[in-house]
Design a protein around this ligand. Structure first.
Ligand SMILES: Cc1cc2nc3c(=O)[nH]c(=O)nc-3n(C[C@H](O)[C@H](O)[C@H](O)COP(=O)(O)OP(=O)(O)OC[C@H]3O[C@@H](n4cnc5c(N)ncnc54)[C@H](O)[C@@H]3O)c2cc1C
Length: 304
């Protein structure tokens, strides 16, 4: 297995569960895109811009994760918009399903009466990507799977994310910038998406008063640190969400490159003797479980 981002870890997990002997090779010098992810398992919200497959394939992700790791929160997603952008909310509702109109403060009291209406997607979930990956890695190590950065041997499965563009030039990178905040004043139980015509953003609660604030979407292979503009826009959106976030501490900023194919859907492939899973785009945690199962089917088919 090449790669220990979410794709590599999900594939390795299924292979280990099927009793296969595997080793995971990882380039520990490069931070995987998975490290910077929000961890939202939000197939219905994603339908705003994603193909129908994302809803169909993503629906079972939360159950897949909950079977293997702790800390999957099945608390849904709240979508809101500032009063001046209330048309955005109506547009979002018309592009998606699986939601109900609510008064946001009924489910997130911290928002008080700042937002008159919101959309609640009760079937969605979220997790902390770093904790989830650590747990999958731990489970694999318990099952005697070795992690190293040496040469691969045996059947290669390429899960290198954007780094596989050397073998698959059609892969493109979509830059995502994010921040980790800490606040003891704001308490949220679920991801909150704030709609905006130019700069939509979301805040995902994590343990110990931390929040992941994301994310930009830039067609670029540049993984340099977050831009001043992205940081300003993200922080200003956070402030719109809750003024107390002006006093939040910025613990971390990061940039991840989402690997994407032309149609923004992931694919499993078998080419020139190498299997691969890639193109997870903005749905790594949502779609890696089902894509790992598809890869397992392809593997059985090709190697029988
Ligand atoms: C800011 C941001 C927010 C996101 N939020 C969400 C979200 O809320 N929900 C969601 O589902 N998705 C989200 N995503 C998308 C998700 O993060 C990606 O789809 C996913 O991380 C892609 O995973 P991957 O395993 O294919 O690639 P990566 O995570 O990039 O992993 C690639 C792996 O390959 C390894 N590697 C590289 N070169 C080599 C080599 N030569 N040999 C061996 N190994 C190598 C790397 O070390 C790494 O382990 C977000 C992405 C970003 C950037």
């Amino acid at each position: 297995m090449l790669g220990s981002g979410v794709a590599g870890l999900c594939v390795a997990t299924l292979l280990a569960e099927h009793g296969e002997s595997i080793e995971v090779i990882s380039d520990d010098d490069c931070r995987p895109a998975s490290h910077w992810a929000g961890g939202m398992l939000a197939p219905w919200c994603e339908a705003e811009s994603a193909p129908a497959e994302v809803i169909a394939w993503g629906q079972h992700a939360a159950a897949w994760w909950a079977k293997r790791i702790d800390g999957v929160a099945h608390n849904g997603t709240l979508v809101i918009a500032p009063p001046r952008d209330s048309q955005e909310l109506i547009r979002f509702a018309s592009m998606t399903s699986g939601h109900q109109w609510i008064t946001p403060s009924e489910i997130e009291p911290a928002l008080e009466n700042r937002f008159a209406r919101g959309l609640f997607f009760a079937g969605e979930a979220h997790l902390d990507p770093r904790v989830a990956m650590q747990q999958l890695r731990h489970n694999l190590q318990q099952a005697d799977v070795k992690f190293h950065n040496g040469k691969p041997s045996g059947q290669i499965i390429d899960c290198r994310g954007i780094h596989a563009a050397d073998a698959q030039p059609e892969l493109r990178a979509v830059r995502g910038e994010m921040l980790i905040l800490h606040s003891d004043e704001v308490h949220l139980s679920r991801p909150v998406r704030l709609l905006h015509p130019r700069f939509p953003c979301y805040l995902v609660p994590r343990a110990s008063g931390r929040f992941m604030l994301g994310a930009t979407m830039v067609e670029s292979h540049d993984d340099s640190p977050i831009s001043a503009r992205a940081m300003m826009e993200l922080l200003s959106a956070a402030y719109t969400l809750h003024p107390a976030l002006a006093e939040a501490r910025v613990l971390e900023s990061g940039t991840g490159l989402r690997p994407a194919y032309r149609h923004n859907l992931p694919e499993v492939r078998y080419e020139q003797g190498i299997f691969s899973l890639n193109g997870l785009y903005r749905h790594g945690f949502l779609l890696a479980p089902i894509m790992a199962e598809k890869l397992l089917q392809l593997l059985t088919q090709e190697t029988m």
